[in-house]
Design a protein around this ligand. Structure first.
Ligand SMILES: Nc1nc2c(c(=O)[nH]1)N[C@@H](CN(C=O)c1ccc(C(=O)N[C@@H](CCC(=O)O)C(=O)O)cc1)CN2
Length: 293
């Protein structure tokens, strides 16, 4: 069994981006600038956004962090988005999810100019991705593609079972894995909460990608010998022995499944760190106007 090391892969990608930024800087070009909007004080979201800002600093990007209390109104948020859409210094920006319940997330996502939507969540980017046109790909699925590619995992003709149909991970992942080319060309089954007899599908899978948020959902008896197992789940479970009071658990029962599969991602240190690297990649593309002229 080979461990798919997302931390190492993320560092490698970020080093490649940093080298390009150094070159841009040396040639007097515009240094990419990412802005992030964070609403509220959710522990996970604060960590992720701080890590995004730190990654910008390490790579040499400019960055802006815009914070609001969770009482912010939808109107205030939409006004800020309008401002960022028009700010020529900002190449791309994100609104950290989830948002408080009183804010319409879809409305917020649609307010972002698709040319600056480095999260790849705007319907224009989703549609372009489906149509095979240049688009910002959402960071988590794009990170999984990088892992498959960098570990030279065969995907053509394989049966890939994706579990979870979220707009951020499962649905785009299923589309990208079925597209022509590498990594892709797989036969894809998308399973979700109403799938009857989940093990029937997972037992046939050459590649399992699970993004549900149910710790330990995938057990050894559900996995074919030699399968590739990608775990996107990161649920915080209480752990009194840790200073933080919690630990992260994936959707895969790692100990038992690792003995059966050919490749597996750990949690933490698997898919998660790639999310940040791919956001940086999208921001570089935005600055270079690679997706939109
Ligand atoms: N606007 C966005 N919101 C959210 C996204 C997103 O891509 N854009 N994705 C997730 C959260 N997320 C990034 O924002 C994210 C999640 C996990 C990790 C990560 O590195 N996880 C580590 C563990 C970190 C920890 O200790 O908590 C790992 O898995 O090893 C990075 C980014 C939802 N919101």
């Amino acid at each position: 069994m080979t461990l798919l090391d997302g931390k190492k892969t993320s560092e490698a990608i970020q080093n490649e981006i940093a080298a390009e930024v150094a070159e841009i800087r040396a040639n007097g070009g515009k240094v990419p600038h990412l802005a992030a909007i964070l609403v509220g004080n959710d522990g996970g979201s604060v960590t992720y956004v701080n890590n995004k800002v730190l990654a910008c600093e390490r790579i040499g990007f400019g960055s802006s962090l815009i914070r609001y209390e969770d009482t912010v109104t939808e109107e205030e948020l939409l006004n800020k988005i309008k401002e960022l859409n028009e700010d020529e210094e900002i190449d791309g920006f994100i609104v950290q999810l989830p948002l408080p319940k009183h804010i319409d997330t879809e409305k917020v996502i649609e307010a972002v100019d698709p040319r600056k939507d480095v999260d790849g969540f705007h319907p224009t980017n989703v549609g372009r991705m489906v149509a095979g046109l240049p688009a910002y790909l959402p960071a988590t699925p794009a990170g999984i593609l990088q892992l498959l590619q960098r570990y030279e995992i065969e995907t053509k003709g394989k049966h890939c079972v994706v579990i979870g149909r979220s707009n951020i991970v499962g649905t785009p992942m299923s589309i990208l894995m079925s597209k022509a080319g590498y990594p892709g060309d797989a036969t894809v089954t998308l399973c979700h909460r109403n799938t009857v007899n989940l093990p029937y599908f997972t037992q046939q899978a050459d590649i399992i990608i699970v993004a549900v948020g149910k710790p330990g959902l995938i057990t050894a008896d559900m996995v074919k010998e030699g399968a590739v197992v990608i775990d996107v789940g990161t649920t915080r479970v209480p752990d009194a022995s840790r200073k933080s009071g919690f630990r992260l658990r994936g959707d895969v029962d790692f100990e038992s499944v690792a003995e059966k599969c050919s490749y597996i991602t750990p949690v933490p240190g698997g898919v998660g760190p790639l999310t940040i690297a791919m956001l940086m990649m999208n921001t570089l593309k935005a600055a270079k106007k690679e997706v939109y002229e």
